[in-house]
Design a protein around this ligand. Structure first.
Ligand code: ADP
Length: 335
């Protein structure tokens, strides 16, 4: 596939180069023909004028009004040829640029869906395989009570993973068609505290700090949506801390002077390259390549977060945390 693409590209560049060369040749030819025509015409004119006795020598001919008008006409034609050539080259270059841009977009989209397929297959298959293994073990062997409980716990965790994945998939499909923020007054402080306490149990190696500045009014928002936003951002912060689950995560809630609520989730993890900071909010987008990526995921989380925030007329952005890691910043209007 890749080889075929390269060949196609090479062929199209060859055709373009040929067109350029052919066009240059035609332009040069037109130039010389134009000059020949001018010279022939001026010679004819000179002979005629000498015969009529209007002029006597070359100097008088060059100074004559007839010659001046002919020469003007010739120069105008020369400029027309140059103009045509420039327009042609510009439109060709612009056309090639547009085709290239479309082609690159297409390539990125197909790479993303390939990445998505690879990750989704893996994400779906591995919990199913684990649950199956647990069930087979439990069926085949009589195990001590402790071991059985441990295995059941593992299977339960895997089912949870599957559930989250399927929910995310369904949610993202819904976001495109029927999602509407089901708004109710929310106490964001309480909501975040609850989520963080659950996550602290789930990730015992990670340390979460939650701070709030000043008073916080009730926020009119969709509870399920807001939970999904916080969960996705906080779990990403753990996942991309790259320290075997050991992570330092801060959540910071504050009220802006302009009446907007600001929520920041800071981690000290691997960070996000500058040029990918916008792309990570696209559906299925994951930094790097699926084959080289270690953290599990589908690239749906941040897409969902972004869509939910938009449905609340808010904005989400990401910037670098110092000395390392990322800060996800959400601004939500209250009015
Ligand atoms: P997933 O985590 O399933 O891959 P997301 O949409 O949640 O999908 O995230 C998209 C990508 O953004 C991730 O694959 C990861 O590369 C990057 N990313 C998200 N959160 C962080 C973070 N806190 N630190 C570094 N990279 C992150």
């Amino acid at each position: 596939m890749e080889k075929q693409n390269i060949r196609l590209r090479f062929l199209s560049y060859l055709v373009i180069a040929y067109m350029m060369m052919a066009f240059t040749w035609w332009t040069v030819l037109l130039f010389t023909k134009n000059r020949d025509a001018f010279e022939a015409k001026s010679q004819l004119m000179k002979i005629g004028m000498i015969a009529e006795g209007v002029i006597k020598n070359d100097a008088q001919f060059v100074a004559s009004a007839q010659y001046e008008s002919l020469s003007k006409h010739y120069t105008r034609q020369e400029w027309m040829i140059v103009g045509e050539a420039v327009v042609f080259v510009i439109s060709l270059v612009f056309g090639v640029y547009l085709i290239n841009r479309g082609y690159n977009k297409e390539m990125i989209a197909s790479q993303q869906s390939r990445n998505f397929l690879l990750s989704i297959t893996h994400e779906l298959k591995s919990p199913i395989a684990s649950i199956r293994l647990v069930l087979e073990t439990l069926l085949k062997r009589e195990l001590p009570r402790e071991k059985t409980t441990q295995l059941q716990g593992n299977a339960l965790k895997e089912t949870e993973r599957l559930n989250t994945l399927v929910n995310n998939l369904l949610f993202s499909a819904k976001l495109e068609s029927t999602y509407q923020a089901n708004k109710e007054p929310l106490d964001l402080h309480e909501l975040l505290e609850e989520i963080i306490s659950k996550l602290s149990d789930k990730y015992p190696d990670a340390s979460f700090t939650f701070k709030q500045e000043g008073e916080m009014p009730y926020f009119q928002g969709d509870k399920m949506g807001m939970i999904s936003v916080a969960l996705n951002l906080l779990e990403n912060a753990v996942k991309y801390s790259g320290n075997g689950g050991k992570a330092n995560i801060e959540a910071h809630l504050s009220m802006q002077e302009d009446g907007q609520i600001k929520l920041e989730i800071k981690d000290q993890g691997v960070g996000i390259p500058e040029k990918e900071k916008k792309q990570i909010f696209q559906k299925f987008y994951r930094v790097g390549n699926e084959d080289t990526r270690t953290a599990k995921g589908t690239g749906l989380g941040l897409y969902i977060v972004d869509q939910i925030i938009r449905a609340h007329s808010g904005r989400i952005s990401v910037h670098d945390n110092l000395p390392r890691g990322s800060v996800f910043e959400i601004l939500l209007p209250t009015g």
